[in-house]
Design a protein around this ligand. Structure first.
Ligand SMILES: C[S@@+](CC[C@H](N)C(=O)[O-])C[C@H]1O[C@@H](n2cnc3c(N)ncnc32)[C@H](O)[C@@H]1O
Length: 227
């Protein structure tokens, strides 16, 4: 069992919860991650359109789904998260925002099974990969690849390569909370490497945001059109 400062990851749950006190998750995130900056950049890159099937993998409290739905009424939205309690919060937030989304309880690695009948145009994931094991990072990317239509877009916003002493030191707060085993590969810059190994093309670190908890990168990639 992996024991972190605030939470016991494997204590019967099999995933790192977003935050021990879920009611505080949204305000804490705003404070610690310069959320407005990276979320609006993510939304701009996603450029959602009506009719597109878009998945938010590890959707948490549904903030991004609500923004996507607001920007593109008529997009077919799907949310996935293993935490039943957070899905309840997400559904309430989406209802308030009058955004319709289909919600699934599951892990990143379950994505292709969930959308087996119809592939997605775009998949987005924010602040999830730093919380999962190396195996889940690989399996999750592979499931995302399978769930995407040929030419489909993947966008991942997360703590990525931590450049320099200041960012690496600030990122320690996240590492003390979420554990070193899952977070260190992200800090060493593994996400774009894994994306390429999975078969994605046009892999790029599109934006980097310095925050008080380390830098958050937006990685973009595409599934080749002939796969
Ligand atoms: C820090 S929160 C981020 C939530 C949301 N994406 C956001 O940007 O606010 C991480 C989320 O990942 C979910 N999660 C943890 N392990 C996961 C896994 N293996 N597959 C999918 N989601 C996972 C957690 O339940 C939590 O909701």
């Amino acid at each position: 069992m992996q024991t972190n400062l605030f939470i016991r990851k494997r204590g019967g749950r099999g995933f790192t919860p977003a935050f021990p006190l879920l009611a505080l998750y949204d305000p804490v995130l705003r404070l610690l991650t310069r959320e407005r900056g990276w979320r609006s950049a993510l939304l701009a890159r996603l450029a959602p359109a009506a009719g597109e099937r878009i998945i938010d993998a590890g959707c948490g409290t549904g903030t991004l789904l609500a923004e996507i739905g607001g920007a593109a009424p008529g997009a077919q939205l799907i949310g996935l998260d293993p935490d039943r309690r957070i899905l309840v919060r997400a559904e309430a937030k989406l209802k308030r925002a009058r955004v319709v989304a289909t919600m699934h309880q599951g892990y990143l690695r379950d994505l292709d099974r969930l959308v087996a009948s119809e592939s997605a145009a775009k998949i987005v994931s924010s602040l999830v990969f730093h919380q999962v094991s190396l195996d889940e990072k690989r399996d999750g990317l592979s499931a995302m690849f399978n769930a995407l239509a040929p030419g489909g877009m993947l966008l991942v916003a997360d703590y990525g390569l931590q450049r320099g002493v200041i960012m690496r030191t600030l990122f320690r707060l996240v590492q003390l909370t979420d554990g070193f085993a899952d977070t260190q590969p992200n800090a060493d810059g593994i996400l774009p490497v894994l994306m390429q190994e999975t078969g994605f093309t046009e892999v790029a670190e599109a934006d980097v945001f310095a925050t008080v908890t380390g830098s958050i990168s937006i990685y973009s990639a595409r599934k080749p059109t002939d796969r």
